[in-house]
Design a protein around this ligand. Structure first.
Ligand code: ZN
Length: 234
């Protein structure tokens, strides 16, 4: 895929020695070409490293080594890696052209999948829901719907980990199993979650057999399993 350079003045040089540890996904809540012009306008005081349009174009606005102004304000965060500092120091921001409540287009999904794969390899970012996050995890007050409930978290993580496609002809759709913090791809069929590698036994039956704690997070399509009780530290 092709990345078009479209430099924005809305950034701060460098990362003060901090490593890039996560990708923060956003939606623009505005459309092209205005949304790109705005992120390149100094009056906006906002930007992201990348913008992916509905037709699947990828623009780079800020160099990865600099701090784009995409996630600076933190309100009631829900991110286990948050350390109290400005998240712009340690994250990359990807904007997606979409209005509130819209899904990504197929071309946009393919572009963001490609970009996520490229960036996680380049910066050695783990593929899990602590390192691939949405803006709402940093600001759950004003950015509740950024990137919104239709953002394809489970499909993205499943495809990044090497799974292909979306739902298959048997009606399976991807989900994620978080087992003691390690993620495994799986699938849902008829509302029941299965691991890919297993012999067709629902994961909840396996967890019950060993008295493991099990919970479901519908937002991220993740089955959470702890071999101790849930709520205890790993
Ligand atoms: Zn945002």
């Amino acid at each position: 895929m092709n990345i078009t350079q479209r430099p924005s003045p809305n950034f701060t040089e460098g990362r003060k020695g901090r490593k890039i540890i996560a990708i923060v996904n956003h939606i623009t809540a505005g459309l092209m070409p205005g949304t790109l012009s705005l992120m390149c306008n100094p009056i906006a005081k906002a930007s992201a490293h990348y913008l992916i349009t509905k037709i699947g174009e990828i623009y780079q606005l800020v160099d990865d080594n600099n701090r784009a102004w995409h996630a600076g304000e933190v309100r009631k965060p829900n991110w286990s890696l948050y350390d109290g500092t400005n998240p712009n120091y340690c994250t990359l921001g990807i904007e997606h052209e979409a209005l509130a409540g819209e899904s990504l287009t197929d071309k946009q999904y393919e572009a963001t999948l490609w970009l996520h794969k490229m960036l996680t390899q380049k910066w050695n970012i783990p593929i899990d829901t602590d390192h691939i996050i949405g803006h709402y995890r940093l600001d759950s007050v004003n950015r509740k719907n950024d990137p919104g409930p239709k953002f394809p978290w489970s499909r993205l993580i499943y495809n990044m980990k090497g799974g292909s496609g979306m739902a298959d002809t048997e009606g399976k759709s991807p989900c994620v199993h978080d087992i003691n913090g390690v993620l495994f791809p799986g699938f849902l069929k008829g509302g029941t979650a299965f691991l890919y590698s297993d012999n067709g036994i629902p994961i909840r039956d396996v967890a019950a057999a060993f008295s493991h704690g099990i919970e479901w997070n519908g937002d991220t399509q993740t089955v959470i399993i702890r071999t101790g009780k849930l709520g205890e530290k790993k």
